[in-house]
Every structure is written in structure tokens, then in C-alpha cells.
Design a binder for this molecule. Structure first.
Ligand SMILES: Nc1ccn([C@@H]2O[C@H](COP(=O)(O)O)[C@@H](O)[C@H]2O)c(=O)n1
Ligand SMILES: C[C@@]1(CO)OP(=O)(O)OP(=O)(O)OC[C@H]1O
Length: 159
């Protein structure tokens, strides 16, 4: 088989005094995402989808939240490591499709820069990285702006 598909999901709580980082982009907002690392839920969902596509477990296995080494970690650097892992097994990213679910702030002005940063990290073209945003129509914890969630699908192709 020359293609494999994986899906990823992540959610992080929105709290004061933390940066809001998604796809390696720092987004101005009065709340940020809580986590052991930089809490970049978009990059985390992409890594989980890449690992899932090859049945390689999840990011917690490679970067345990209990390990001080990953405190404040830049998730793009973790993504680079996951990419190296799949490449060593003979695979590369074909395309990514992600949706960020956030009531606020508006993501649209930052989606292009997220796309560029993720594509640069993975050494693929920008048009191989799709990122969309939607609100949760004020429903549930995401709708109450208690957190931001991300769903991702990744297609891997044999290199
Ligand atoms: N955090 C968000 C949420 C949405 N958008 C953009 O607004 C459009 C409409 O969103 P609805 O949830 O009301 O359907 C959406 O298609 C995005 O273009 C955004 O930028 N940031
Ligand atoms: C990358 C890690 C490292 O602690 O980041 P966290 O900020 O803990 O985020 P989470 O998505 O809960 O789990 C993944 C972890 O492996």
C-alpha cells in the first residue's frame, strides 16, 4: 500500500497569562493555551495524525507530559522529529487538512502564516497544508471560550 491516512484531535484550555500559539504562530489574545509544552493544539493534532497513519502511537508516547524536558517545548521542533521518524520509515506527508474550533479570536488573519510555518517545518509546499477555522456556535466548553480544539486528517505517501 502506498498511502496511509491518520486523524488527530487535541484540545487545550484557555487561561490568562499564557501565549496563544497555533501552528507556531503567536496570536494576540487576552487568553492563551494551557499545557506542559507551548500547548500548540494544531501542531499536536497534526503530529498525532501522522503517527496514527502508521500505527505508531501518539505524541504522549514520544514526548511524555511528565518529562520536564518538554516543558515549554516549541511544538514545531517536535513536529520536525515526528517527520524525521516517518521519513526514516519511508513515508512523507501528502497533505494535511485541519480545522481549528475556536469561538474567539478570529483565526483567518493568521491561517496563511500557520500554513507557511507548518509547510516549512515539514519541507512541503504550502498547498499541501490546509487549515480552516470555525466557531462552535457558542455551544459547550469551546463555545464558552474555555478552550480551543483541533481536528486533523493527514495523508501519508510512500517516499
Ligand atoms: N475562530 C474563528 C472562527 C471562524 N472563523 C472564520 O469565520 C467563518 C465563519 O465561522 P462560523 O463558525 O460562524 O461558521 C469561518 O468559516 C472562518 O472563515 C475564523 O476566522 N476564526
Ligand atoms: C507535546 C506534549 C508534551 O508534554 O504537550 P502538552 O502541552 O502536554 O499537550 P497535550 O496535547 O496535552 O499532550 C502532548 C504532550 O506530549
Amino acid at each position: 500500500m502506498n498511502i496511509r491516512i491518520g486523524n488527530g484531535y487535541d484540545i487545550h484550555r484557555l487561561v490568562p497569562d499564557r501565549p496563544l500559539i497555533l501552528g507556531g504562530v503567536k496570536i494576540p489574545h487576552h487568553l492563551g493555551l494551557l499545557g506542559h509544552s507551548d500547548a500548540d493544539a494544531l501542531t499536536h493534532a497534526i503530529m498525532d495524525a501522522m503517527l496514527g497513519a502508521l500505527s505508531l502511537g501518539d505524541i504522549g508516547h514520544y514526548f511524555p507530559p511528565s518529562d520536564p524536558k518538554w516543558s515549554g517545548a516549541n511544538s514545531l521542533l517536535l513536529l520536525q522529529q515526528v517527520d524525521e521518524l516517518i521519513q526514516a520509515k519511508g513515508w512523507q506527508v501528502g497533505n494535511i487538512d485541519s480545522v481549528i474550533i475556536a469561538e474567539q479570536p478570529k483565526m483567518k488573519p493568521y491561517l496563511g502564516t500557520m500554513q507557511e510555518k507548518l509547510a516549512n517545518t515539514l519541507k512541503i509546499d504550502n498547498d499541501q497544508v490546509g487549515i480552516k477555522a470555525t466557531t462552535n456556535e457558542k455551544l459547550g466548553p469551546v463555545g464558552r471560550q474555555e478552550g480551543i480544539a483541533v481536528y486533523t486528517v493527514v495523508l501519508l505517501v510512500k517516499s
